[in-house]
Design a protein around this ligand. Sequence first.
Ligand SMILES: *[C@@H]1O[C@H](CO)[C@@H](O)[C@H](O)[C@H]1NC(C)=O
Length: 833
Amino acid sequence: MNIASEWMLLFLAFFIPLQLPSLLASTDTGYINIDCGAEEAYTDSDSNIAQHIEKLPDGVRNCYTLTPKQGKNNKYLVRAFFAYRNYDLKHTPPSFDVYLGVNHWNTIEFGDLYMYFPIEVTHFALSDTISVCLVNIGKGVPFISSLELWLLTDSTYRTSSSFPLDILTRSTFSMSEDTLFVRFEDDVYDRVWFNRIVGNSKKISTSATIDSYGIENTNKLPSQVLKTAIQSLSLNSSLEIYFNNHTDSSHVYYINLYFFEFDQRVTTQKRIVDVTFNDKSILTDPFTTQHLKLVTIVQNITQADHLRISIKATPESDLPAMINAFEVYRVLSLTNSATYQEDADTILKIKHIYGIPIINWQGDPCIPNHFAWEELTCSSDGTPRIISLNLSSRGLTGPIDVSFSRFSELQSLDLSYNKLTGEVPEFLAQLSNLKFLLERNPGLCLARSCKTKKNLVPLIASIAASVAVLVMIVLTFLMIRRIKKKNGVSKKDWQEKSDKYVFSLRDVNRITNNFKTKIGKGGFGEVYLGTMQDGRDVAVKLLSQTSRQGDREFHSEVNLLTIVHHKNLVSFVGYCDEGDVKALIYEYMDQGNLQGLLSGRNPNVLKWSERLQIAVDVALGLDYLHNGIRPPVVHRDLKTSNILLNKKMQGKISDFGLCRPFINENDAHISTIPAGTFGYLDPEFQRTGKLNKKSDVYSFGVILLELITGQRPIKEEASLENKGHLLHWVNRKLKNGDIKSIVDPRLRGEYNTSSAWKFIETAMGCVPPKAIQRPDISEVLSELKICLNLNQQQTHTRERSETESSRRNPNNSLDMGSLNSLGIESTAGPYAR
Ligand SMILES: *[C@@H]1O[C@H](CO)[C@@H](O)[C@H](O)[C@H]1NC(C)=O
């Protein structure tokens, strides 16, 4: 929108000779350092700040972020000036957009080369920073001449609207005709009051000294404005003020009218005034002026494309109507909501900590969408949240800062290919659902390896500095360490490492009530039910001495579990490693394992939709292990007995004892370790000994087949024809195209056929003999989501037609709502809406 032509004219006439610095000099303000590139700016003044800048920003959006020390929950007057003055000698003033934070404030269009363009807004800051952004709209390079910020008091410009108020006009009357505006030093906010000429009126003024501070004057009108007014020519004629330049019916406007009675006559006579806006009376009662009292009328107006203010004396009045000044504001609509404050603060902090020199990291990180910072993605509904951050190859150095943990909705964090050093902090693991990539940071280490290094450094130092005797002692010490290490990691290291996960034998005895309730038994040992102090149920896996899960597996599992956390991995509570007792403590999974649930002995047959959901859950967990952390983790022992279900039938992967975390994928030694369970074992691995992520995909395919058929992977049936691997059995049935004979008969046909086909197809896709023919788990996951979607769609179509026939009220949102509640990504596939 183009700002008042009166501004242009007036500034043309008067501001050119007036240089900007002198303009600002009169304010004697504090200093604010505004740097192009959105550096934070600080003020050292208590009341206000102003800065003269002439900047030619490069980039599409350039923001100036002001950080007044008074901080948030304060009201400010933000004023920007734009003076083109043909600085580039191109005789072509640019046109550009100005944003206040994330919302459009104004479009700057110069009518003339020498036009001086001020815009001003009163803004209640909800955050500690206020940013003003210039946006290139393809009509020349934006620039800014100065930006000022003034702290207002709480009562100043108080309205019922909490939105920013953009000034359209600020008028005073009755200056001599060749005075175009007043900007007296006594205007504490350096506002400019234009001298407006109104017909059928008479100028009045007082020569008395008016102390603008000595009266009730919340909007702090300067005394010069108080000392002049216009008055109607007669008792029964009215003052008519038109304002039609920039109003449109889509906005809300606020109008402030000021009446300051300086006429001595009111001590004996009455001046009673009534006001109408567009012929509507706005006062419940006409008011009577009082000597040296300021009356301020604040009125909002909607749906108006023009404004006519009429001020009239009532028939009872002895004196004619009068007015001193008025202001018109437009309420800026805040259509965009800024990024969640903590996320925005955190990303700025990270930018500072690592000195990230990304030019476009300016203004709000997420909003407006087309200016969102490239390195991150944001959630799109409600308050925008940062959900992924990719700082790969940004030359980051130093430790991983704790700030990263403040992104509470972060789902993906890529810090790979940097020079980060120090320990991989535990908080990364605490953010549920966070996938993080840390590969190619040579200086980063896991807690365990860091410890060893740290201890060695002082040792080496002391060797160098000590005499031979000391060397002997040190060597002896080192030897002891070596011996200890051969048996695994020294206990001291472990306990120091993650105290919060360490439980003593006494704790374990208490938690399990002296191993009272046994809930399971496996090759590794026995599982007991336990209760934590906070009432949480846990499962305590006690490793038997003869367990095939040796020291190595135990520590491997503990090490992994303290680092990886995902909603589809059984969550780890802690471990005990005391004397001969080795125990792992997990969240308790009410529904037991999938093998048990699928077994014919379970009277509650798993529903088709439950099976699909469990498949998606497990795929999510596996996708996290394979693709969510780097280097990837290969589970190596996926099977239905390692899939546990909680009360809500949410599937989670457990048993990480054979996992090989944080080992280079090409690392040769992993291939020599036999692993896995008969029936789930990748045939290629059996042949070649080469194990990789695709071995897990194979095992997962077998699990999917079990979910579909309800059968065990190795069929032990009497008839020779049905003996052998489930996979071959399904293959034979598929040849006949007979889906009914494949799907678990216990479902009694209660499944969606198209989702069943898709499900079988997906499962079979996972189990080709050659690893290279198998898809990545991420692809499997999206196929499974489609299955789930197909099934949902059918269910809802049925529900909907029932609903429609009963009350003829089709409600399409039903589908979306229910899909969303299942957490299905709406972009999952061709069936997504
Ligand atoms: C991060 O960005 C790099 C390129 O800058 C890309 O190779 C990598 O795949 C991205 N990471 C993620 C998790 O998308």
